[in-house]
Write a protein that binds this ligand. Sequence first.
Ligand SMILES: C[C@H](CCC[C@@H](C)[C@H]1CC[C@H]2[C@@H]3[C@H](O)C[C@@H]4C[C@H](O)CC[C@]4(C)[C@H]3C[C@H](O)[C@]12C)C(=O)SCCNC(=O)CCNC(=O)[C@H](O)C(C)(C)COP(=O)(O)OP(=O)(O)OC[C@H]1O[C@@H](n2cnc3c(N)ncnc32)[C@H](O)[C@@H]1OP(=O)(O)O
Length: 381
Amino acid sequence: MALAGVRVIELAGLAPAPFCGMVLADFGARVIRVDRTRTTMAMDVQARGKLSVALNLKKPEGAAVLRKLCLKSDVVLEPFRKGVMEKLGLGPEELLKENPRLIYARLTGFGQSGSFATAAGHDINYLAMSGLLSKLGRSSENPYAPLNLVADFAGGGLLCAMGIVLALYERTRSGRGQVIDASMVEGAAYVGSFIWKSQNLGLWNRPRGHNLLDSGAPFYETYETADGKHMAVGAIEPQFYNELIKGLGLDPTELPLQMSVSDWPELKRIFTETFASKTQAEWSKIFDGTDACVTPVLSLEEVSSHPHNRERGSFIKDAQGEVSPRPAPLLSRTPASPSSSRDPFIGEHTRTVLAEYGYSSAQIDSLLSAGVIECKSKSRL
Ligand SMILES: C[C@H](CCC[C@@H](C)[C@H]1CC[C@H]2[C@@H]3[C@H](O)C[C@@H]4C[C@H](O)CC[C@]4(C)[C@H]3C[C@H](O)[C@]12C)C(=O)SCCNC(=O)CCNC(=O)[C@H](O)C(C)(C)COP(=O)(O)OP(=O)(O)OC[C@H]1O[C@@H](n2cnc3c(N)ncnc32)[C@H](O)[C@@H]1OP(=O)(O)O
């Protein structure tokens, strides 16, 4: 796999960093997640392919163990507030001095500088600070955050993974590591660059919820079907819009013009009424295979059995029977190969990993009895 041989130390955090670690593991990196001791349940539900070491970083011996792990690793990924790692004596200054090839990824909400740098926050806060949240949501409602997808995952974990891969690639020339300051505010905004860059196209000059792509346009919208499901319509271009009208069985001569913005509410009313007359399966039969840009809104339970997704194997089932998306993108020669084993228990691999990184059995036992590490297994939970 593309990242085979890359060794990552992921410090356990909430959603974004675990996603970043999972992406790296899916594409072949060896990801060792460092969990807190005296913790029963892992917060990481994106743990496939990872190993778990339970280590108390607040004990000096624990910090020393982490330094030793980073000495022989390529990447350290930390998900904490600015300054936390420095307080532990594990900041970039220390770790890069000991291992100049180390890539030190810092995934935060607000970045390593600025007045908000030490403030707590979650996806919705970062999305709000990015400017994008002001553009999201229907006109009759408050701005709406699409789950925690944009800041946590797209602008956070995924861009952080990209930063790590960029730094690994650069290191092949320079031989040197560097610090990645991954701010979710900036990552979300960067993912949304199109919104800034298209300001002069007239795409966003009406109030939120009245524009082409933000639920204003009737031909870029979702509609309820007779059986309470929904269809998604994205027929923007005239040739696709004509296919939509044809599939709906409407007479274009009796409709307002597609781009007559003042008629969009009336057009949306007509589409709403029409889509309500048939079931989702009936509309799919009409639109599947056409260029009308109309697709069924599938549930998480339905996606893997939809013919298109099934033919591609877009969703995978692990050894526990859990369905989830397969890694993307699909590389032709070195595709990802996500682990199908169960997620690790906290501390499950402490002994194995420490031995691999040069600790003797006696040293491990001593760290264990001092409460610096924990070695757990299923049988002892
Ligand atoms: C929208 C998302 C949030 C999604 C949250 C979901 C993932 C979770 C929501 C509900 C959870 C489930 C529920 O609680 C029920 C179960 C409970 C069970 O215990 C676990 C399983 C559950 C199913 C549980 C599972 C999941 O957790 C849920 C579903 C987001 O937006 S997430 C993005 C958040 N923001 C960031 O990541 C930006 C950067 N980070 C931060 O800004 C801060 O970390 C943050 C997030 C504000 C938290 O601040 P906090 O004060 O708590 O921490 P820090 O200031 O970062 O300091 C960390 C301290 O911890 C010490 N430490 C770390 N590792 C170790 C170690 N190995 N040993 C010892 N000590 C350690 C570190 O030294 C720091 O100590 P100090 O504070 O003293 O310096």
